[in-house]
Design a protein around this ligand. Structure first.
Ligand SMILES: [Mg+2]
Length: 434
């Protein structure tokens, strides 16, 4: 039974609702709707000109309606007269197939038809920087190994504790916060859940962290590699699948690294489709400065170079920390919260369908001994290669749907072309005197 948003407004003294959807580039778009107008909007949706966001629509398309999913409504803890609600995009009475949240719901449905639900937890790392975005915000945060730095995390206590308090209030069950491996970088962890819940919370988390940082005169960034000598912003995902009785279907003590044959096949799908997935998990030009990166000031990039998996070893693309789940370390802070989960399901479903074997489980230190996996496939080196790999993966594209795959490739190629037509200072410095 969906929540009545009008009643929610009365019960919580809400003046405005943010009806929010996420476009193909991960941007969150919203209309602020006064609560006296929410009743009609709850059924009909809020109208948007689809061309005005990244959805591959034209100015000639009819209105796109964002219909609130009232189960997701939250009162903004830092602005209590406002509520946020995730919405699904509809046009001409039909779901807009390429809209990321619709796509994720379709993948969830396909898994459900096979009798399982995928749950994930994500680690959305971020930096607190100055308002200009060109330096970290704490001049004293200079340690070579700043991970878990006690003094530095406490200098940002007001920001971190405020965000964590809000997560507690919203029932996300957060359980730890820390200073991460780069100067100025933080990570906050909350409980894993169904992929749609995780995707909605991931979206809201980015909005909340940026909003709270601004309140404190700072800026938060999830940019994959904002500083070339520091560790980048990853978005690791811990993945497991469950049946209706609450049994973890990836767990089997007798399996390699404690993974069941289903878990192994799901992982096999991810390994097999990794090259094609990268365009979605690492979707910006900047993403490729994080993966394939040399060691950072702290000693390690913590990002993968190769399409390999391991036991409890953080130098590979996939880590199996203990039985029953695995951690995909590929995605970065620029990944679209809905497309990240959708492509994990898509690749995993393909792996299950074809009983794909994930291949060798490595145990080398990929940073110190890369020669021990010299035959392992490499990740794409830039966004163009990643887009070409996605385009070449007909199975993955078909699983995600033609409307989405074509729209995503088209818009991302436009972005790539805009990037390469920009004349950089590096080019001038290295080419002027040829
Ligand atoms: Mg981390």
């Amino acid at each position: 039974m969906p929540k009545d948003l009008s009643k929610f407004a009365k019960d919580n003294s809400i003046k405005y609702f943010m009806i929010s959807y996420t476009d193909l580039f991960g941007a969150q778009r919203t209309k602020l709707v006064p609560s006296q107008a929410i009743q009609d909007m709850q059924t009909d949706g809020a109208g948007f000109a689809g061309f005005a966001s990244w959805l591959d629509l034209t100015p000639a398309h009819p209105d796109m309606l964002a219909v609130p999913d009232s189960d997701t409504v939250v009162q903004l803890p830092w602005r209590r007269e406002v509520a946020w609600v995730a919405a699904d995009c509809v046009m001409d009475g039909k779901k807009l197939e390429q809209a990321p949240r619709n796509l994720l719901k379709r993948m969830i449905f396909e898994a459900k038809q096979q009798g399982f639900t995928v749950k994930t937890g994500i680690e959305a790392e971020y930096f607190l920087v100055n308002m200009a975005g060109d330096a970290i915000s704490d001049a004293y945060d200079t340690a070579t190994k700043p991970c878990y730095d006690q003094q530095a995390v406490m200098r940002r206590y007001d920001v971190i504790a405020e965000i964590c308090d809000y997560m507690i209030e919203m029932g996300w069950a957060p359980y730890q916060n820390d200073h991460e491996d780069a100067n100025g970088q933080f990570e906050m962890n909350w409980a894993f859940d169904d992929v749609l819940v995780t995707a909605d919370r991931h979206s809201f988390f980015k909005f909340m962290v940026k909003s709270v940082a601004e309140k404190h005169g700072l800026r938060a960034t999830f940019m994959p590699k904002p500083f070339i000598n520091l560790t980048g912003n990853g978005c690791h995902a811990h993945i497991s699948a469950w049946d209706d009785a609450g049994k973890n279907l990836f767990a089997d003590d007798a399996g390699e690294q404690g993974l069941s044959s289903m878990g192994r096949h799901f992982l096999g799908g991810i390994i097999n489709h990794a090259k094609g997935m990268v365009a979605l998990t690492n979707p910006t030009v900047n993403s490729y400065k994080r993966i394939n990166a040399p060691a950072t000031l702290s000693g390690a990039s913590w990002a993968p170079n190769t399409i390999t998996w391991a036991g409890n070893n953080r130098t590979h693309m996939v880590r199996v920390p203990d039985g029953g789940r695995f951690e995909l370390r590929l995605a970065d802070g620029a990944t679209n919260p809905y497309l990240l989960q959708a492509v994990i399901l898509a690749a995993g479903l393909e792996g299950i369908k074809h009983s794909t074997d994930p291949g060798k489980c490595y145990d080398n230190d990929m940073y110190a001994e890369p020669e021990k996996a010299k035959d392992a496939p490499r990740l794409p080196l830039n966004l163009l290669d990643a887009l070409r790999e996605f385009d070449a993966d007909a199975t993955l594209k078909a699983r995600l749907g033609d409307e989405f795959s074509q729209a995503f490739l088209k818009l991302k190629h436009v972005e790539w072309n805009a990037y390469v037509s920009h004349l950089s200072s590096w080019e001038r410095a290295n080419t002027l005197d040829v």
